[in-house]
Design a protein around this ligand. Sequence first.
Ligand SMILES: Cc1cc2nc3c(=O)[nH]c(=O)nc-3n(C[C@H](O)[C@H](O)[C@H](O)COP(=O)(O)OP(=O)(O)OC[C@H]3O[C@@H](n4cnc5c(N)ncnc54)[C@H](O)[C@@H]3O)c2cc1C
Length: 381
Amino acid sequence: MRRTLYDEDHEAFRSIARTFLAKEVVPFHDEWESEGQVDRRIWTLAGAQGLLGTDVPEQYGGGGIKDFRYNAVLSEETIAVGASGVGFTLHNDVTAPYLVEFTTDEQKQRWLPGFCSGEIITAIAMTEPGAGSDLQGITTTARRDGDDFVLNGSKTFITNGIHADLVLVVARTDPEAKAAHGLSLIAVERGMPGFERGRNLDKIGMKAQDTAELFFDDVRVPASNLVGELNQGFFHLMSMLPQERLSIAVAAVAGARAVFDRTLSYAKERHAFGRPVGSFQHNRFVLAEMATELEFAETYIEKAMLEHNAGRYTVTDAAMAKWWTTEMQKRVVDRCLQLHGGYGYMREYPIARAYTDTRITTIYGGTTEIMKEIVGRSLGV
Ligand SMILES: Cc1cc2nc3c(=O)[nH]c(=O)nc-3n(C[C@H](O)[C@H](O)[C@H](O)COP(=O)(O)OP(=O)(O)OC[C@H]3O[C@@H](n4cnc5c(N)ncnc54)[C@H](O)[C@@H]3O)c2cc1C
């Protein structure tokens, strides 16, 4: 069915993103995969093209348009070329909302221009070695001492963890408070004494994405780096997680589409028993099923983005979208690899990389099981 989500302004933005990726990212991605991280330079190059902070107010150097469709366009283009190392989505879709919605004017002036130019790369650090799905189990502490918070603890699996200049750290500011209460968001900046990065973690996929451990040992963070309200961190996270999950869902649908389109071409070209492999009835049915699932997913995700833009998108909506689209992507990628036969297992084929790059999507941003818990609870069961 015809897509109606994007207008000519989005398509113009797509064209900028596509040109940028083709010139500055695709030719270097293999090299970055060997190095375990992208060249930092691409961040400022992307900033110069207006690809960072499209929804940040213009006075701070952003695009000034609050429209998630621009985020989606950049994500779709990045995924279509398999640039899994580029952490723009985390920056634009996940950390930007906190820096726009919960910061003071002084903080905005300090951080947002660099955010948009690519000079300040951001990350968000919730997960700890002992607390992932259960954020209420966070043990990193930020104790108030004079004009500072003193931060102690560690985080793991942090996207952009090596490159990040500004990390929104979720820490316990009230040790007496129960469960969700008593957490706050503290912005830790590169170079603060006691803030160390650990390993750039060795993942099965997304080889050029820097995913790191972070350590905080008596880091003195000025109280002026508190983002949002004291002890309200958990509730701030809950209000922004729908956008993070929608972002993952958009990427999952785009990723599945890219893999499917390539596989369809392969299934027409590759012959066995004198016929294209896609023409065997079993494979034709597999392709038909995937084409149908994608059509449904694309239609659904368009509606989800419009609901989000209208401010009506709920935690439950996002949980549904996140688990279903990422599980669909996992199914599609697996079946597409099968259709490639042995070549599908070779990393020189995009499908092999997609297989390992995308396996994480049902886990990060909240696992499928946690998403179903959220949906289930909304049903009163
Ligand atoms: C590449 C990558 C990038 C990441 N980026 C970030 C980042 O930028 N910032 C950040 O803070 N975190 C990040 N994460 C962490 C990610 O969000 C967590 O890994 C995820 O939330 C799961 O937490 P966990 O790994 O501790 O698993 P656990 O919570 O230990 O879960 C283990 C298993 O138990 C299941 N489980 C847990 N609780 C329940 C339950 N109540 N009911 C049913 N099943 C349950 C889970 O679904 C899972 O299958 C990233 C992770 C990876 C791998």
